[in-house]
Design a protein around this ligand. Structure first.
Ligand SMILES: Cc1ncc(COP(=O)(O)O)c(C=O)c1O
Length: 457
């Protein structure tokens, strides 16, 4: 075993592990690179340490300083770990949408975790990014890591991830399949591998279906870390400069359900407990591998471990609540999905007269519910619940001059597989008469009226 003089020296140097059972029947070799073997538990330790060291060397971060980042978790964890070891204060701005395990880990390293939940575009003063930037401007000695636009992020992977993969495959790698969040991992690793192989290594971006990187509508997804979300009120879709999309030969798109099923299956058939974005990457790698012969060697970095998501992707209640589990109740009871009603969708910014005509032509009754959504160009799949602004009816629309004037609030989200009766459904029915959103695979596929949720109906 090697000997290290500090925890920070253990960042990097992760192995390659061949998929055997999960890749049975496929001709190429598929190797995964378990980045959770980094000390903070994710691939982002590499970027965090690289950005922090560069800030120190450039004088942007000095002894007694404060390390600040806005993050979906893992970069903050890497920074918090390094800051703890090096004696810096760490202040991490993140959203409560990240898993409980990641928030707890940040706090365990002594970082101050500031939760910002406002659903606003990046440029808005209440956005995560604005909070971080304001805090840095107001705090002497504070440095914002800014992983999305920090060249030290991809540089970490050019210096370590790429060379490790090349050396551990003895130069045999033919395909790199990786997710794209900030783009640091794929850009730095791909640049190295393309250079060293004279362009031979093919680079495939594994992207959540709705991510705008691969042409999705930019709406939210349930997989943390991978892909690019665009707030519906953003006028611009600015991609991070950490991403060099010219290095990506093509994308493979994977939806949340398949990503989650892939990590459950990896855990159960291969004994590899990986996080959600790893599910996107492995599912994409299997699709790539299907078209390759025995000379193929596919390498897939797995950004973090399933242990970060035991309360989400591996938790039956979470899976059921978000429509990722059970389409038939084992007891034979009816389910929320069976009682759901399909629902017409209306853009919040549509002309009210156009909406009324459309709904009338569609045979919608005056009191039937329609869901009002943020406008989103190129919507290609059922909406994510965060794109739902509220509900309305034809009768309300007829009496209003804009769609926004006709809005009513909606009740909770209920997973399609929830059996009836269920405590969460009973609580909602007892609390009023709002319609509930029915989620299947994390998308809103219908609504449920309180009276339809009566199990004895
Ligand atoms: C879980 C997870 N997966 C994937 C990624 C994407 O990595 P990168 O930012 O290097 O593109 C991240 C990064 O934030 C992550 O936390």
């Amino acid at each position: 075993m090697a000997r290290y003089e500090s925890i920070l020296e253990t960042v990097g140097g992760t192995p390659l592990i061949r998929l055997t059972r999960a890749a049975a029947g496929l001709q190429p070799r598929i190797y995964v690179k378990p980045e959770w073997q980094n000390p903070g538990g994710s691939v982002k330790d590499r970027a965090a340490l690289s950005m922090l060291r560069r800030a120190e060397s450039e004088g942007a971060l000095r002894p007694g300083g404060t390390v600040v980042e806005v993050t979906s978790g893992n970069t903050g964890i890497g920074l918090a770990m390094a800051a703890a070891h090096l004696g810096y204060r760490a202040v991490i701005f993140t959203s409560s949408a990240i898993s409980r395990e990641k928030r707890s880990q940040l706090a365990a390293y002594g970082a101050e975790v500031r939760l910002v939940d406002n659903f606003v575009p990046k440029a808005h003063p209440d956005s995560l990014r604005s909070h971080g930037e304001r805090f840095v401007a107001e705090t002497p000695g504070a440095w914002l890591a800014a992983q999305y636009d920090n060249p030290a992020n991809p540089a970490a992977h050019y210096a370590s991830t790429g060379p490790e993969i090349w050396s551990d495959t003895d130069g045999d790698i033919t395909h790199l399949v990786a997710t794209v969040g900030t783009g640091g991992t794929i850009s730095g690793t791909a640049r190295y591998l393309k250079e060293v192989s004279d362009g031979r290594v093919q680079v495939i971006g594994a992207d959540p279906t709705t991510s705008s990187y691969a042409g999705g509508d930019g709406s939210q997804k349930f997989i943390e870390g991978a892909g690019h979300f665009v707030h519906p009120e953003s006028n611009v879709d600015d991609w991070p400069t950490s991403l060099d999309s010219g290095l990506i030969d093509r994308f493979v798109r994977i939806d949340d359900r398949r990503a989650i099923e892939t990590i459950q299956w990896l855990a159960r058939t291969e004994g590899i407990l990986a996080g959600g974005s790893s599910g996107v990457a492995v599912a994409a790698a299997l699709d790539v591998a299907r078209d390759l012969g025995p000379d193929g060697t596919v390498v897939v970095p797995l950004p973090d471990s399933g242990r970060q998501y035991l309360s989400t992707y591996f938790d039956d209640d979470w899976l059921t609540a978000n429509g990722f589990a059970g389409s038939a109740a084992p007891t034979g009871d009816p389910t929320v999905g069976e009682r759901a009603t399909p629902v017409p969708l209306v853009d919040r910014d549509e002309q009210v007269t156009d909406v009324v005509t459309r709904l009338e032509n569609g045979g919608i009754g005056p009191d039937d519910v329609a869901l009002v959504l943020y406008r989103r160009a190129g919507r290609s799949v059922a909406p994510h619940p965060t794109d739902v602004v509220g509900a309305t009816t034809l009768a309300r629309l007829r009496a209003s001059s804009t769609v926004a004037d006709a809005l009513q609030s909606v009740g909770p989200r209920l997973g399609a597989g929830l059996p009836l009766p269920h405590p969460s459904v009973t609580r909602w029915r007892d609390s009023g008469d709002k319609i509930a959103l029915v989620l299947d695979g994390g998308r809103v596929t219908g609504i449920l009226h309180p009276e339809s949720a009566d199990p004895d109906r």
